[in-house]
Design a protein around this ligand. Sequence first.
Ligand SMILES: *[C@@H]1O[C@H](CO)[C@@H](O)[C@H](O)[C@H]1NC(C)=O
Ligand SMILES: *[C@@H]1O[C@H](CO)[C@@H](O)[C@H](O)[C@H]1NC(C)=O
Ligand SMILES: *[C@@H]1O[C@H](CO)[C@@H](O)[C@H](O)[C@H]1NC(C)=O
Ligand SMILES: *[C@@H]1O[C@H](CO)[C@@H](O)[C@H](O)[C@H]1NC(C)=O
Ligand SMILES: *[C@@H]1O[C@H](CO)[C@@H](O)[C@H](O)[C@H]1NC(C)=O
Length: 519
Amino acid sequence: VNMTVFYWVHVLFNGFYTKTDDGDLLTQLKDQDASVIATDKYKDRVSMAENSSLLIAAATLKDEKTFTCMVVAGADISEYPVKLLIHKAPTGVEITALATELEIGKPTQLGQCRTSDANPAASITWFKNKKPLVADGKGTSNVKVDEATGLTTTSSTLQYTAEKGDTAALFTCGALNTLSSPVSFTVTYPTERISLHVISKGPLMEGANMTLKCKADGNPPPTSFNFHILGKVVKVENSDSYTVTDVTRESTGEYKCSIIDNAKMEDSKNITINYLDMSLSPSGKVMKSFGEGLALTLQTHASGELKDNGKLDSSPKFDKLTYSDSGKYEVVVTMGALIKKDSFELVVEGVPVIRRVAKRRSEDGQHKVLTCEAEGSPKPTVAWSVNGTSADESPYVNGKITHKLTIVPTVNLTVVCTVSNEHGQDTRTINVSTLFEEVRMDKQDSSDEGDTTKLVVGVIVGLLLATVVVGLAYWLYMKKSKQGSWKTGEKEDGSTEESKKLEEKIEEKLEENSQKVEV
Ligand SMILES: *[C@@H]1O[C@H](CO)[C@@H](O)[C@H](O)[C@H]1NC(C)=O
Ligand SMILES: *[C@@H]1O[C@H](CO)[C@@H](O)[C@H](O)[C@H]1NC(C)=O
Ligand SMILES: *[C@@H]1O[C@H](CO)[C@@H](O)[C@H](O)[C@H]1NC(C)=O
Ligand SMILES: *[C@@H]1O[C@H](CO)[C@@H](O)[C@H](O)[C@H]1NC(C)=O
Ligand SMILES: *[C@@H]1O[C@H](CO)[C@@H](O)[C@H](O)[C@H]1NC(C)=O
């Protein structure tokens, strides 16, 4: 008869193995349901599975004991002790007490990593960029057990010596499969190299502002510097720059910068300031007389090479000045980005001279138009010796002026045109015949012709009559053809076409008035 009894007891494991009656949990007789014997806290938490396993509900750390199964078969009693371990994953991992910054080469406590409520006690590992980090011995690890729950809190501090490149490194710590949020640090290191820079677009020219900038590679960068400006030391605080305003060629020389607390940490540069001097002769306002010569000279002195060597190769030649040479002349000298200009204003003056006087019968034949063309500067005033109408003056261009006057001459006139300015005057006369005389002359001519015919007939009548008649006929024929072509005794001058051409010329000259010379 096999009567098997499963008998689960729990024992307190304290070095010995003690069975107590109190510790009996449950028992099961063959072919019967298990019955709970326990009366203590296990009373409602234990049960036996069909396969005779002991099931414990709501386990806590206090269940970490040795449980023994006893099997009784007849007189044989077998015992199977089972040591129960309760595991509890930590609730979280976090890094606190972060270092404010890491200084290269100086061991610093990076922070404290803490993980709580774990069983068995969790071990903490530090990582840098996900790679495990070995503390350099001075870090500490600390395990604390909560008396109520029996769970442990583990904390670990990392002593770490930063190196260059740790600025962007991410540090984490982990326990079991749990990782903390990453943390990073400002890594500080002293300045090892310093460099001086000149902030300027292109080469430095006289008159520019020159900014010197001192760069140091430390972190944080130094806030104060000493600038050595041509041997003079200037201390600059809360800035890494110093500006020298309005530099001149004397500013050329050696410039340095250094950090305040270490004069040996310095950088220097030889800086050259470019310059360009020029002088144009003449300059300002230049008054010259018509026909005079004018020599231009340009002197340049520069730190670099000039286009065309700074000579006035393409300058205008003024051997004999004319009024159209008046105007503003500018010379531009360039050296790289440096541009210098100089200019003078030329005014050519002279006694007015009448170039031409002319007369012309108007198209309707009722009056005559007189023209007086003069040249001179300043602008001459034009006066006529007769009164007329429709006085008209052309624009005064390149020293030239044309004055027109319409008259109706009742008698033969000798008309004087007078032009004058502050330098003197000129006059010209022109003979103008009367308009009315011409009309009478035409009538007289035909009566004269009749008288002459009578006289000739009276004297030589009877003699060479036939010859005279033939001669007279020939003479009449010649006279008639002369009348047909004869219009006026005056030479006609100054047609409208001619005056148009003159105006065009004046306009062309207008555009030439301002000249520019580039060097
Ligand atoms: C016994 O039964 C329990 C509950 O049914 C189960 O969890 C356990 O794995 C079983 N053990 C074996 C060894 O089959
Ligand atoms: C600047 O010029 C001086 C004198 O010519 C020379 O001794 C010095 O080395 C130069 N410094 C640099 C940075 O070139
Ligand atoms: C021109 O007219 C003015 C008055 O209008 C007169 O005094 C002067 O004598 C005139 N001159 C000539 C030349 O006829
Ligand atoms: C006017 O001049 C014309 C020639 O130009 C001459 O024939 C005429 O006799 C002159 N008349 C007077 C009144 O002088
Ligand atoms: C104008 O006529 C006068 C005589 O009446 C003469 O002496 C003079 O030369 C003439 N002038 C011109 C410009 O023809």
